[in-house]
Design a protein around this ligand. Structure first.
Ligand code: GMT
Length: 383
């Protein structure tokens, strides 16, 4: 198949899922054409089946807001025609689903029928999409997609409750490549970070308010009141400076390190004992799955799709949003030497349910279904 994948090129979860999906499809022999405004951060390898098409965004003094959506739609038209794509798979509704709708209509003028699959990732529904400034367009473009998928049952439920959606939504969860994400022997890292064999806590995010990084820091404060531990904070975003200030207020600077964006995150996760995800909303929690694949148990909230990943009392614990006391108590329980090994093994076992080999065929089945729908439509029209 010739597949166009439209995505955000950044480190965010939707971009990671879209890029890893494309890489996996290319390995299986499909031609994959990424369409976005800069080189996707995870597109770091060569494969003869992978292509990247950059959206050219013309600036002009009149454009106070450069119209990216139009440039993207034009690029989609161009790539579909020139590369003879079979379908477009767009990740994150805004503005990708509406740009795809426009591209589809333009192509129809040339008698080219291009199926559009939209994958909903989370904040495109739960935060940004439902805002009145986007809601009508999001509702329309989801309903106009040929196929819609969501990354968790909870996100599917939220989509139906926030929007007037008439289409079926298929849940296809996030996935992980267990060959890349696995516990590696990195004793020198551990020694450098935890010279006195302290327990290592990790938080990874884009440091937006919704991630509640302050809760992670407060839980960590509770942990070091009870046992020696260190914390790594990986990633970057709008709340990072505030969080560095909070570390000073909580007097935990000596035991915390802010590492910013990291490429080989699996190497750091390999030496971690616990991952904290105290998010207010989280449609799936890809960063937590990456940790679990590296045998790291999870302290998380019960928000969004997290209960679909984190099994309470087995792979970690679930707490109400903001319940720092409960999260701290649970973290201390897991970190006891007599409990830690079992939680680590359970985390890995659970991660195996989301191995790319199990999830990628579900997307291929969707592609085959939309292509069959298209074939049947053409046959019907010819009769
Ligand atoms: O977590 C973020 O803020 C980034 C965001 C994105 O779209 O890039 O992630 C969302 O999509 C990921 C991949 O499907 C999910 O694993 C994340 O849970 C989801 N984030 C939220 O729902 C907050």
């Amino acid at each position: 198949m010739k597949i166009g994948i439209v995505l955000y090129p950044t480190y965010g979860g939707s971009g990671v899922v879209a890029t890893e999906l494309g890489k996996g499809l290319a390995q299986k022999g499909h031609s994959v054409h990424f369409i976005t405004y800069s080189q996707p951060s995870r597109l770091d390898c060569f494969n003869e089946n992978l292509y990247y098409h950059e959206v050219d965004l013309l600036t002009y003094p009149l454009f106070h807001y450069p119209p990216y959506e139009l440039a993207l739609a034009s690029k989609m038209v161009n790539v579909v025609k020139f590369e003879k794509l079979d379908l477009l798979h767009v990740h994150y509704a805004i503005p990708h689903a509406s740009a795809a709708y426009m591209a589809k209509q333009i192509l129809a003028e040339d008698n080219i029928s291009i199926p559009v699959i939209t994958t909903l990732h989370g904040t495109d529904i739960t935060l940004v999409g439902k805002d009145p400034s986007f809601e009508p367009v999001v509702t329309f473009s989801i309903n106009q997609s040929d196929y819609v998928t969501a990354v968790s049952e909870d996100l599917k439920k939220d989509t139906y409750s926030h929007f007037n959606i008439k289409k079926d939504i298929k849940v296809i969860p996030n996935f992980i490549d267990l060959i890349k994400f696995r516990k590696m022997k990195k004793d020198h890292f551990k020694k450098a970070i935890c010279p006195n064999d302290e327990k290592l806590i990790v938080h990874t995010s884009n440091f937006r308010k919704v991630k509640r990084v302050d809760d992670a820091l407060r839980v960590f404060q509770g942990i070091i009141n009870a046992m020696p531990a260190k914390m790594l904070l990986i990633g970057d975003g709008p709340e990072r400076a505030n969080m560095e200030m909070l570390c000073r207020e909580l007097d935990i600077c000596d035991d915390t390190r802010f590492l910013g964006k990291q490429e080989a995150i699996e190497e750091l996760l390999s030496v971690a004992d616990l991952f904290i995800m105290p998010s207010e909303k989280e449609s799936f929690g890809l960063a937590a799955l990456e940790a679990m694949a590296c045998e790291v148990p999870l302290i998380s909230t019960n928000a969004g799709g997290l209960p679909e990943l984190n099994i309470n009392g087995k792979t970690g614990f679930l707490s109400d949003v903001g319940d720092i006391e409960d999260m701290t108590k649970n973290a201390l329980f897991i970190l006891q030497d007599e409990n830690l090994t079992e939680f680590k093994q359970n985390a890995l076992q659970r991660a195996k349910d989301f191995d790319i080999s199990k999830i990628l065929p579900q997307y291929e089945a969707v592609y085959n279904e939309v292509l069959d729908m298209k074939k049947n439509l053409v046959t019907d029209l010819n009769h």
